[in-house]
Design a binder for this molecule. Structure first.
Ligand SMILES: NC(=O)c1ccc[n+]([C@@H]2O[C@H](COP(=O)([O-])OP(=O)(O)OC[C@H]3O[C@@H](n4cnc5c(N)ncnc54)[C@H](O)[C@@H]3O)[C@@H](O)[C@H]2O)c1
Length: 246
């Protein structure tokens, strides 16, 4: 019952992580509105259709709400952009959905929030680590990390907190559609030895959304099985150094 009496909106809630977050917030007794480009299963509150990359759509969506305590900015897309042949439309779509969408949803949500309101942005480990052909996505998520700090400062006088969490590789249908071997190829690269489940994102999100985090703002929380904690190193060197010590 950690979110009892709170009204929440989760964007990107039709599937994947957003769907799990909407269900998870509802399980903590929040009234949960869901929003997506596609039809999302209701989670106790309204089910809204919205393209978050379009500020006009965002304003129309928020006009249907009269109060809000929690916004979870989860709507997001991945787009591959090759540095040798970059596609401008893909770049714009990724940045507009992930970064611009997060900003304009936050702007509208803040208007409806009383003191104690909480905005939770869904970033990615790729905001802080490089990967081939992921510059647009990575930059949009790094932008979300920065936006989180800026909005935290700007909204603090109004008693509204802004934080982010960054999932690592997660078991969603989209990733399995990209490569059916997703779980087996990513698992060995992660210290905990496996890909995360969407439901494992719920705890960190509920914490940041709830009054338990009443003194936490402007922070980024990695939920990645330890992926960002590792530096690459040759294990043979560690073995050799240990042998020499012995
Ligand atoms: N799955 C992962 O491995 C992973 C890792 C790190 C971060 N993330 C982040 O988590 C969030 C959710 O990702 P997911 O893996 O569940 O993806 P997903 O593709 O399963 O779900 C994304 C949802 O967002 C919706 N959406 C896309 N564009 C939208 C728009 N313009 N307006 C409204 N809704 C829109 C889609 O319709 C979809 O329902 C994203 O922000 C993603 O970047 C995911």
């Amino acid at each position: 019952m950690r979110l009892e009496g709170k009204a929440a909106l989760v964007t990107g809630a039709a599937r994947g992580i957003g769907k799990a977050l909407a269900q998870g917030l509802a399980a903590e007794a929040a009234l949960v509105h869901v929003a997506d480009l596609d039809e999302a299963e209701p989670s106790g509150g309204l089910a809204l259709r919205c393209d978050v990359s379009q500020p006009k759509h965002v304003r129309e969506m928020f006009a249907q709400l009269d109060r809000l305590d929690v916004l979870v900015n989860c709507a997001g897309i991945t787009g591959w952009v090759d540095v040798d042949d970059p596609d401008e439309d893909t770049w714009d779509k990724v940045v507009d959905t992930n970064l611009k969408g997060t900003f304009f949803c936050s702007v509208e949500a803040a208007k409806l929030m009383p003191r104690g309101g909480s905005i939770v942005n869904v970033s990615s480990v790729v905001g802080a680590r490089g990967m081939k052909n992921l510059s647009a996505y990575g930059a949009s998520k790094g932008g979300i990390d920065s936006l989180t700090r800026h909005l935290a400062v700007e909204l603090a006088p109004r008693g509204i907190r802004v934080n982010a969490f960054a999932p690592g590789a997660t078991n969603v249908e989209r990733n399995l559609a990209d490569d059916p071997r997703y779980l087996e190829i990513w698992g060995p690269l992660i210290p905990l030895g496996r890909v995360g489940e969407p439901e494992e994102m719920v705890g960190p999100c509920v914490f940041l959304a709830s009054d338990e985090a009443s003194y936490v703002t402007g922070q980024l929380f990695y939920v990645d099985g330890g992926w960002t904690a590792v530096g690459s190193y040759p294990e043979s060197y560690v073995d050799a150094a240990q042998r020499r010590q012995a």
